[in-house]
Ligand binder design. Sequence first.
Ligand code: COA
Length: 163
Amino acid sequence: MGRIAVYPGSFDPVTNGHCDVVRRGLRLFDKVVVAIARNGTKTPLFTIEERLEMLQETFKEMPGVLVDSFDGLLVDYVVRRQADAILRGLRAVSDFEYEFQMALMNRKLNKNVQTVFLMTGLRWIYISSSIIKEAAQFGGDTRGMVPDIVCKKLKQKFGTSQE
Ligand code: COA
């Protein structure tokens, strides 16, 4: 079956930074499952269905990538998927504390589930979903920072022209 990693997140929306982590993940794993947490704590801009659609379009030409969503605990989903690890990206030192806490909690919940961290490419280090949404909301051009489908959906959502 090969080695499988689950890359979880809210992906509201997916950015080129996330894509970079997936690409790097595919060098270590045969399959990367990009999985949207349905019970996230944030109030999302896009529905689960919209986020799934954007992810599917983004990764449609990458056969090693599978797009999915899950309810409940991440570690339980990892077991259900028979995955080998959780994949997370690190952008800056500021990510570390949160990621460290989450990885340790996940290990406490299931000691057999490992977390693998990959450094996001330098050019994406300043990008987050929130900053993209904020820029798009006020008509900022997000091209080159998010996949084309996301650019289009942001324009539709905010009714702004980014030509
Ligand atoms: N490039 C660009 N942005 C990135 C990024 C990268 N490589 N890596 C992270 N980010 C951004 C995200 O866009 C997001 O930005 P935002 O805060 O502006 O929305 C932020 O960093 C972190 O979000 P994300 O990576 O999506 O993670 P999250 O914190 O939203 O999700 C879950 C956390 C879903 C993985 C976690 O809550 C979870 O596992 N939930 C399931 C329930 C569970 O098991 N809980 C116990 C876990 S300890």
